[in-house]
Design a protein around this ligand. Structure first.
Ligand SMILES: Nc1ncnc2c1ncn2[C@@H]1O[C@H](C[S@+](CC[C@H]([NH3+])C(=O)[O-])CC(=O)[O-])[C@@H](O)[C@H]1O
Ligand SMILES: O=C(O)C(=O)Cc1ccccc1
Length: 244
């Protein structure tokens, strides 16, 4: 059921409406994100290893913009510390409904609390790990630093933020190359040129990528002691930020 093929942009749409996380997207989401985001399966799986390393006893791990719970499941399987729980948040009712089914079917004993809400408003408390896997890119630019500052405050000393994003490159030749390679990746995964073009137009002004320099500087400004890239594939990167 969750392996339904993404054909949402396959037929000519005339004017493409802005991208939203509705019921249609939720139905095909695992297929869509796997075929669209180079490195996604690796980043999600390795988020689990980071959970094994960073989860501390009695703490909360947050999955902000959890979609169908892929990062939550990866963390849940790898936490070694006692008495942890996961709070997974998404503001799309369609995503959260399907996420609930996925989490229940998983049946692992670590408790997961699902919250339907805006990650800009959810309290972050007594956290050892916060994951923003491909979610900050949908938050208005002005709201990003206040969100990261609240995360830094809510983390325990020694805690970690995992921040995965589509990024832009300041060098125009590298930017053009990475966009081309990303489109080639999507074509190699079975998307037509029309699907690539229509989805790109739907994401305009919805998904706002920034440079890695901007992300690193914002993490520092928000109160993280250290921040850098641990994974990158074309114009998709994942950073860790550490709280001292
Ligand atoms: N303000 C917001 N508040 C709450 N949720 C939001 C907000 N804005 C967007 N979302 C949610 O963020 C998620 C982004 S997808 C994350 C993948 C997941 N992390 C994964 O590891 O599979 C990435 C992508 O589709 O490229 C969607 O489910 C939105 O509803
Ligand atoms: O598909 C794209 O071009 C993307 O940039 C990533 C993406 C993946 C899933 C939903 C929205 C954006």
């Amino acid at each position: 059921m969750s392996d339904a093929r993404d054909r949402l942009f396959a037929d000519p749409l005339g004017e493409t409406a802005p991208f939203t996380f509705d019921r249609d997207v939720a139905r095909v989401f695992p297929d869509m994100i796997r075929r669209s985001v180079p490195g996604y399966p690796t980043v999600v799986a390795l988020s689990g290893l980071l959970a094994a390393r960073f989860a501390s006893a009695g703490s909360t791990l947050y999955d902000l913009g959890c979609s169908l719970g892929a990062s939550t499941l990866a963390m849940r399987r790898h936490i070694e510390a006692e008495g942890c729980r996961i709070v997974a948040v998404d503001n799309s009712p369609a995503m959260l409904e399907r996420c609930r089914e996925v989490i229940e079917a998983d049946g692992h004993p670590t408790p997961v609390e699902l919250r339907e809400g805006d990650i800009r408003e959810v309290p972050i408390e007594d956290a050892s790990m916060v994951v923003l896997n491909y979610t900050l890119q949908f938050i208005p630019l002005a709201d990003r630093e206040p969100l990261l500052a609240r995360i830094a405050t809510g983390l325990r000393p020694g805690g970690v933020l995992v921040l995965s994003e589509k990024v832009t490159l300041a060098d125009p030749a590298l930017e053009a190359l990475n966009i081309d390679l990303h489109h080639q990746f999507k074509r190699a995964n079975g998307y037509s040129a029309l699907e690539v073009a229509q989805k790109r137009s739907a994401l305009e002004n919805v998904l706002l990528p920034e440079t890695l320099d901007v992300h690193r500087a914002r993490c520092h400004a928000a109160g993280f002691a250290s921040c850098d890239v641990w994974f990158q594939c074309f114009n998709f990167a994942s950073l860790v930020a550490l709280k001292r």
